[in-house]
Design a protein around this ligand. Structure first.
Ligand code: NAD
Length: 340
């Protein structure tokens, strides 16, 4: 539900495969005026001119950030460009929405966070799944103790394509999964390890298996690949009372709570007794049909107008980045454990 306040004037840098979805969503919000769209590829820009007659199309973002009327910039360039563009926008006094991952380097992200603080501007990062109604509901149910104590969470983000040429599958796909695991468990892990391999392009891993371990014994596992026969996007949460499956693909996203478990799970005696296994029914949770991307875009606008920290703020993005960076080091080092 959009709130009533003065329109926020925004510009967007990067109108590629994903950026066009952001542009469509910000453009359709009633309390937003998209004044500029920038892409260094002028042929690409020309594809949008007719659909958005009020927007000024430019090829150099320096020209748009000089505009004093512009309050915020949406950055959807490829990940290696995030730092440079984000830094310039913050220096020019703009709030920024930057796509995931915030940067490819922890120090650069820390610099952006410090810069945003010094100019009193917001950073929000596109951890889209945190705005999915299924994840919001799952977080609520976990908070209410519905699933009991969380034992482990695992995710799968698999497909054939889209193969990236700069970042590996871990950097491209896992930010979503790591952000989900941190959000649901509401804590930072004590260690991470990852295995991965490249088959399509030398040195760019197509598949990665990442493990995180938390201080109280919970485990998070992420499997990402763009070299897989199935399109799978799932999050499974196993709790001491109940279990949950979030299937992002089925019917636009379904959340099922499964009443299965082991009675007295912390009782280490007699675990082999079948009578201790509980297999109740499944409950498919009714979810709002709001588009997660639209909710995410509105959340950024509300955060700027109301001066509130976004859910996927700079700190949150930095936590995700630290895990990604450590997992990448582990992956390059044959799966060595990285401690935090
Ligand atoms: N949240 C999600 O679910 C999701 C999904 C896909 C991609 N992404 C993220 O979105 C970002 C963009 O991905 P994409 O798939 O759209 O990439 P893309 O390569 O299709 O598009 C990037 C666009 O940025 C333009 N560009 C590059 N450098 C520029 C610069 N300095 N100034 C202006 N324009 C510039 C390119 O010409 C291109 O049109 C990445 O960070 C990616 O990780 C997020």
């Amino acid at each position: 539900m959009s709130k009533q306040y003065k329109k926020i004037v925004v510009g967007q840098v990067g109108i590629g495969k994903w950026g066009k979805n952001l542009l469509r969503n910000f453009y359709s919000l009633p309390n937003v005026a998209v004044k500029y769209a920038c892409d260094s590829d002028s042929v690409r820009l020309n594809e949008f001119v007719r659909s958005f007659p009020e927007i000024k199309f430019v090829t150099d973002y320096e020209s748009l950030i000089q505009d004093q009327e512009l309050e915020a910039v949406i950055i959807a360039t490829p990940a290696p460009d995030h730092y440079k563009v984000a830094k310039r926008c913050l220096e020019a006094g703009k709030h920024i929405f930057v796509e995931k991952p915030i940067t490819l380097d922890v120090f650069q992200a820390e610099e952006l966070l410090a810069l945003a603080k010094s100019v009193n501007k917001k950073i929000m990062v596109g951890h889209l799944l945190l705005y999915h109604p299924a994840i919001s509901k799952l977080k609520q149910l976990i908070g209410q103790g519905e699933l009991g104590k969380i034992c482990y969470v695992y995710t799968q983000r698999l497909n054939l394509g889209r193969i990236r040429k700069t970042e590996n599958a871990l950097w491209s796909l896992a930010p979503h999964d790591i952000s989900i695991i941190l959000h649901l468990l509401d804590k930072f892990p004590k260690s991470v390890s990852a295995l991965g391999s490249s088959f399509v392009q030398k040195g760019i891993e197509d598949v990665a298996f990442l493990n995180v371990r938390f201080a109280e014994g919970e485990i998070g596992h992420v499997h990402v690949s763009w070299l897989d026969p199935t399109k799978t996007r799932r999050t499974i949460v196993v709790g001491s009372k109940k279990m949950a499956i979030f299937d992002e693909i089925s019917h636009g996203g379904t959340l099922t709570i499964i009443d299965k478990g082991v009675e007295n799970i912390s009782d280490f005696k007699n675990v082999s007794e079948l009578s201790k296994l509980r297999s109740g029914g499944d409950e498919v949770i009714k979810l709002s049909q709001d588009e997660p991307l639209s909710l995410e875009c509105q959340h950024f606008i509300d955060s700027v107008r109301e001066g509130k920290e976004p859910l996927s703020n700079g700190e949150n993005a930095l936590a995700v980045l630290k895990i990604l960076a450590a997992a990448d080091r582990s992956l390059k080092d044959g799966g060595k454990h990285e401690l935090f």
